[in-house]
Design a protein around this ligand. Sequence first.
Ligand code: BTN
Length: 328
Amino acid sequence: MNMNEIDLKLLELLHNGDFVSGEKISEEIGVSRTTIWKHINKLKQQGYQIESATNKGYRLVKIPDRIVPEEVYLGLKTDYIGREIKVFSSLGSTNERAKELARKDFPTGTVVIAEEQTAGKGRLGRSWFSPPGTGLWFSLIVRPDIPPNKAPFLTIIASLTLVKALSELNPELKPLIKWPNDILIDDRKVCGILSELNADLGMINFAVIGIGINVNQDYFPEELSAKATSLKIALNTRIDRTGLLQGILNFFEGYYQKLLEGRFKEILKEWKGYLNILGESVTIYSGSETYQGRVIDISSLGELVIKDNSGKVWSFWAGDVTLRKEEN
Ligand code: BTN
């Protein structure tokens, strides 16, 4: 959907839901009231519900449940994250499209969103259920000037961003991070992150951080229903995906800046505060090997450190393992 400047200014003026008179709008935008009326009708055709009342003017009642870049830009407080947003009605995977764009030099902060993914990718070669219009399926392109061995921090700041944005959306949500990067609410997965790296020796060319959030699903296919949840299920109300996306992009820029400034310790400390795994008994599956032990720490690189029953200490990288938390 293409919006011109008049549509945008109109939305900006009507954004808080109060009546604004036709006279005021035409004064602010500097066009005639007939032009305003035409643009109001155009917005209505695009799914915006706008009420008009004699002597009062226009009032925005409802925005369409679609991600429209121009609307996202209105609520961004960022300098560069989310300043270029590409929305597709359907893609195989937003990570794949984001990698294509990154190879064409799209800058840090570019966001690729799909209303639906037909081949959404999860960690460890799994697929990611991405039905149309219900979730937020998107990928962020970044080009951080950090050593490749610090790349796991991209996923760390993404998960930190998600818990912060979800807590801001509703403090009752109380999201936790299941190492390395699943976001859980009520012990069920609500978001997943898949970061992919393009690096040469000693240097990151670009990374794509793919984020999937179950937002407005009412139910899940049988194989997922015991493990997955959505924000709508958790809060019993429909969530505005645009507002949530704005929150995420705003938080992300803050953490990304910290990362560029090398404030790894500070990031890690905050991240540890949301982990649901410290001190727990776990089983780790790494290729054909299985390890059992208690989680004693997270290393300075974000690895999981466990002590097995014989007292031996092992560290695991996020990329290679599956983890199961044992019931006590
Ligand atoms: C996981 O938990 O296994 C990671 C899931 C990541 C899913 C997101 S949805 C947007 C982006 N595009 C993809 O194909 N995958 C990620």
